[in-house]
Design a protein around this ligand. Structure first.
Ligand code: NDP
Length: 453
């Protein structure tokens, strides 16, 4: 079987050159699938793997816009419609200068398995632009979003493709994008999730990814009869996922001591309590400032600039029991994984997508810590997006409590599925295999049923 997988990977590399993140995401999944393919030759003969690594459709377009000084700029827009075997394409839009086709293909590929794991009927996609919203005025962001939607509106729809937010795309951007879609289509439909509460959004959607990552950690700890109460936690990022991770950790009696952004990180030994968290939310969501300002406001906290040339990320080098990477891909490398282990971390719940390198993942799994991969641990966001779609179809909003209960149940079910499937395929305790295999089986069976399309 490894010959087949090696040949498949060499084809993926050859056909998709210069897309290392995509290769990394595919490699991880096919490694897990070695445990499946022997038992299920039908997937191999139907060429399910060869098909699943190929996007159903990729849209690439020009996004011209005019800044406040009347200068014209041109960005690239993308939508990767990866797989619709179990439902309409679903996945966020990312606005960040690092966005390129390879990054979005890796994210869309991950999304297929994640969405399948939620048990909701949603396929996988991802999109975005190399546009950087940082430092832009609200009007510039609006003009960019309108230009982006002037092309994207042709390709999406409530039963076709339903985007949401991701890095650089929060409530403000979704408002502008949805507004332009509505104007172009003359339709008020649930074509986006993460919408504002008084125009079709769901309660708990902003909180869902961070809360979900904490619920998943709590489930993993429960397998060892432990809770998050009193645990010290390292959290990276300071955006949507990181903020609500800290909030739920506080609810569960945990103590978050770090946060970061692309310019640096803070360490606050006393813990980021509720008042400090409110400060961070205002700093990031309203003032759109830098995390450095936290250390100016709270003098006990230390701040360090990010060093792009360093061989490790110092945020992972503090004493703690749990880590919640919530910024971006590959922020925990092998050395960081060694530091986490050295400092006593034995729970990692990935809020971000693929934040750990392959070498890092291998080490954490080898040491048998509780390692929740992003596909499972951060699925709460898309799960509540699925619930937002259900509410939009019913034209009935659910209460905060009802959505939160459903989110908790979904995270519990995802956890149980990962444990059961990892066990069934001979790798007990390996959540990576559990998530990849369980996510794959449902999509692969749907593809078998639907013929060669
Ligand atoms: P936000 O834009 O709200 O926040 C992202 C945070 O990560 C910011 O603090 C940002 O800092 C930091 N960051 C981004 N890129 C880098 C980088 N290259 N190096 C260092 N720091 C960086 O995004 P989200 O919180 O929504 O997303 C965070 C992660 O979670 C991503 O991996 C995303 O794909 C994943 N995710 C998000 C979901 C959601 O519902 N939002 C759902 C599932 C996964 P700065 O402001 O300086 O750029």
């Amino acid at each position: 079987m490894s010959d087949y997988v090696n040949e498949l990977m060499s084809q993926v590399r050859k056909k998709n050159p210069s897309e290392p993140e995509f290769h990394q995401a595919v490699q991880e999944v096919v490694e897990s699938l070695k445990h499946v393919l022997d038992k299920h030759p039908e997937y191999r003969s139907a060429k399910i793997l060869e098909r699943i690594v190929e996007p159903e459709r990729v849209i690439l377009f020009r996004v011209p816009w005019v800044d406040d000084q009347d200068e014209i700029h041109v960005n690239r827009g993308f939508r990767v419609e990866m797989n619709s075997a179990i439902g309409p394409y679903k996945g966020g839009l990312r606005f960040h200068p690092s966005v390129n086709l390879g990054i979005l293909k890796f994210l869309a590929f991950e999304q297929v398995f994640k969405n399948s794991l939620t048990t909701l009927p949603i396929g996988g996609g991802k999109g975005g632009s190399d546009f950087d919203p940082k430092g832009k005025s609200d009007n510039e962001v609006m003009r960019f979003c309108q230009s982006f939607m002037n092309e994207l509106y042709r390709h999406i729809g409530p039963d076709t493709d339903v985007p949401a937010g991701d890095i650089g795309v929060g409530g403000r951007e979704i408002g502008f994008l949805f507004g332009q879609y509505k104007k172009l289509r003359n339709e008020f439909t649930g074509v986006f999730t993460g919408k504002g509460l008084n125009w079709g959004g769901s309660l708990i959607r902003p909180e869902a990814t961070g809360y979900g990552a904490v619920y998943f950690a709590a489930e993993m700890l429960a397998t060892r009869n432990e809770t998050l109460e009193g645990k010290t936690c390292l959290v990276s990022g300071s955006g949507n996922v990181a903020q609500y991770t800290v909030e739920k950790l506080l609810d569960f009696g945990g103590k978050a001591v770090t946060l970061s952004d692309s310019t640096g990180y803070i360490y606050d030994e006393e813990g980021i309590g509720r008042e400090k968290l409110e400060y961070v939310k205002h700093l990031k969501n309203v003032k759109r400032g830098r995390i450095k300002e936290y250390a100016g406001k709270y003098s006990n906290a230390v701040y360090a600039d990010a060093d792009q040339n360093a061989d490790h990320n110092p945020i992972w080098d503090y004493k703690a029991e749990c880590a919640f990477p919530g910024a971006t891909e590959n922020e925990i490398n092998e050395k960081d994984a060694q530091n986490l282990l050295k400092n006593g971390v034995y729970v990692v719940s990935e809020g971000a997508n693929m934040p750990t390198t392959s070498e890092g993942v291998d080490l954490l799994i080898q040491e048998k810590i509780l390692f929740g991969p992003g596909k499972a641990a951060n699925a709460g966001g898309v799960a509540v997006s699925g619930l937002e779609m259900a509410q939009n179809s019913q034209r009935l909003p659910w209460t905060r409590d009802e959505v939160d209960k459903r989110l908790q149940l979904i995270m519990k079910n995802i956890h149980e599925t990962c444990v059961e499937v990892a066990d069934r395929f001979g790798t007990p305790g390996n959540y990576v295999n559990g998530a990849n295999i369980a996510g794959f089986l449902k999509v692969a069976d749907a593809m078998l049923d639907q013929g060669v399309v």
